[in-house]
Design a protein around this ligand. Structure first.
Ligand code: ADP
Ligand code: MG
Length: 549
């Protein structure tokens, strides 16, 4: 037997669990059942893909067994299991992206920690909210040697080999003695377990069987009773499913504990049949702008789980959308590479995208504001990448503007407010609102009463260069080229008067600039530097340099 230490981050998360930061401890069971369900999905798929894998798949299920005397609760599955190395990697460390970031934030804000960690999902470690010792025994499908892992949730765990472990994983919780007298936390009680499973795990597509005692003709015997309905939510019609069931399902697949902002259900019939159940979260994940962030719904084929994060089904700019797509006519053997090429997949993806965009468009004002605040910067990437839907994206986009410092505007709103004689949609990109507002480039526009869009996201630099127009109006930077605003002064006359000064300045500064000209764009500043119409902006130049180009 070996004693090993938890990785530092794992230890910190465990501390939070041991000292139970959640008011709702019941969810530990949901997490364990969720893991068991994933393990069953995986073994079915593995056995299908590898006929030589010596895996038992005839009766895949989850078992729950409580022992009132010992005060233990065991969650058992006959799924894929874990090798010894996997136990160390998966249970002893946290590999999820964003962990360090999360822990830093948790330290900063003590009070909202439950809220923050909810974004993350705590999984297996939530066992330590209710148990002071956890024993896990597992054997990977196709292997002969099993592994036993045990920990009290402090700094270390032990790991050992076992010879007679069945395929799959069993997790035994030694329940905390301090909860023994509190019926709220009586996790050995049949009614309590039934209640939790019905509330949180009813939709799990595998049977969850509870060991119960039955008395018949004075004879008491134990048997396993299935206590979930196993109905795939996405295959049921919307009015058959309670809002709460959708929310629980969302939690199961997203590991986000806040309710989704929007639930989208699609059921396509005909030659290419599929069902989709998609969710728009109500807040952005920590890793939304990290390079390695994953995307795409889970893919099922005829109720059989095929893969997580099917990126072929979702463009990058909608990477925050979660959900499930179940296709009827795909082979169970599809690989990610095949999917990228598959015409039906591409067709499906197009429909999902259209549906998501139209759902956003029809959100009420409050929802939309939340949505745009959280995900707007990601969605705008679509203006650069998704040519087909550019119009729709422009329609749902909103931008900060000089019109109202509190409220962003849609382009439609901007166009409606355009002044007589104003031809273009004006914008200025920059690092922050105050830098932009105080830029000398803005002066003439302020004087004229022209509204200017204030673009401060990195992606703004990219799309303004590639999107030609909205509603027949071109986008025009106030910092570029010759902006001719009729401010009443006669520039041409004055140019003659100042010809000497202008040519002297041009000559003197010729190593740094192209020309010096008189401008009507300034009202209080004496001079400003402008780019040529087709120059890259300073911010973009910085970005390119940062990328080594
Ligand atoms: P998550 O489920 O979000 O990945 P968890 O903490 O719940 O995080 O689990 C960590 C990992 O441990 C899982 O991703 C899985 O690889 C492994 N694991 C946990 N429980 C089981 C189980 N019952 N069977 C097989 N693997 C499991
Ligand atoms: Mg989990």
């Amino acid at each position: 037997m070996e004693t090993l230490e938890f990785q530092a981050e794992a230890r910190q998360l465990l501390q939070l669990m041991v000292h139970s930061i959640y008011s709702n401890k019941d969810i530990f069971l949901r997490e364990l059942i969720s893991n068991a369900s994933d393990a069953l999905d995986k073994v079915r798929l593995a056995a299908f893909q590898d006929k030589d894998l010596n895996a038992e798949t005839s009766d895949l299920h989850i078992e729950l067994e409580a022992d009132k005397q010992q005060r233990t609760l065991t969650v058992r599955d006959n799924g894929i299991g874990m090798s010894r190395d996997e136990v160390v990697d998966l249970i002893g460390t946290i590999a999820k992206s964003g962990t360090a970031e999360l822990l830093r934030k948790l330290k900063e804000s003590k009070d909202s920690s439950a809220d923050l960690i909810g974004q993350f999902g705590v999984g297996f470690y939530s066992s330590f909210m209710v148990a002071d010792k956890v024993t896990l025994v597992t054997r990977k499908a196709g292997q002969s040697q099993g592994t036993r892992w045990e920990s009290e949730g402090e700094g270390t765990y032990t790991i050992d080999s076992v010879d007679d472990a069945p395929q799959g994983t069993s997790v035994t919780l030694h329940l905390k003695p301090e909860d023994a007298e509190d019926h709220l936390f009586d996790y050995t009680a049949e009614y309590k377990i039934r209640e939790i499973v019905r509330r949180y795990s009813d939709f799990i597509t595998w049977p969850v069987r509870l060991k119960v005692e039955k008395t018949e003709n004075d004879e008491t015997k134990t048997e396993f009773e299935t206590i979930n309905s196993m109905k795939a939510l996405w295959a049921r019609s919307k009015d058959e499913v309670a809002e709460d069931e959708y929310k629980e399902f969302y939690r199961h697949i997203s590991h986000d504990w806040t309710d989704p902002l929007e639930i989208i259900q699609m059921q396509a019939e005909g030659t290419f049949e599929y069902q989709a159940l998609l969710f728009i979260p109500s807040r952005a994940p920590l890793d939304l702008f990290m390079r390695e962030s994953k995307r795409g719904p889970q893919l099922y084929v005829k109720r059989v789980f095929i893969m997580d994060e099917c990126e072929a089904l979702m463009p990058e700019y909608l990477r925050f959308v979660k959900g499930v797509v179940d296709a009827q006519d795909l082979s169970l053997n599809v690989s990610r590479e095949i999917l990228q090429q598959d015409r039906q997949i591409q067709l499906m993806r197009r429909r999902l995208v259209k549906k998501i965009l139209s759902t956003i468009k029809s959100m009420d004002a409050e929802k939309y504001q939340t949505f745009w605040k959280e995900f707007g910067a990601a969605v705008k990437e679509g203006l650069v990448n998704d040519f087909d839907n550019r119009e729709s994206i422009l329609e749902i986009a909103s931008f900060a503007s000089t019109h109202d410092p509190e409220k962003p505007t849609t382009l439609k709103g901007y166009v409606e407010r355009m002044k007589d004689g104003q031809e273009h949609i004006y914008y200025l990109t920059g690092a922050s609102r105050s830098i932009i507002e105080n830029s000398p480039h803005m002066e003439a526009f302020k004087a004229k009463g022209y509204e200017v869009l204030i673009l401060t996201d990195a992606i703004d630099e990219m799309w303004v260069g590639s999107v030609p127009e909205f509603d027949g109006r071109q986008f025009q930077s106030v910092a570029k080229g010759q902006v001719d605003l009729d401010t009443g002064s006669d520039t041409e006359e004055k140019s003659k008067d100042f010809a000497g000064l202008l040519s002297w300045m041009t000559e003197t500064l010729k190593d740094n600039i192209k020309e010096v000209r008189l401008s009507s764009r300034l009202t209080t500043s004496p001079a400003c530097i402008v780019g040529d119409s087709n120059d890259v902006t300073p911010t973009l130049e910085k970005m390119y340099r940062a990328m080594g180009q």
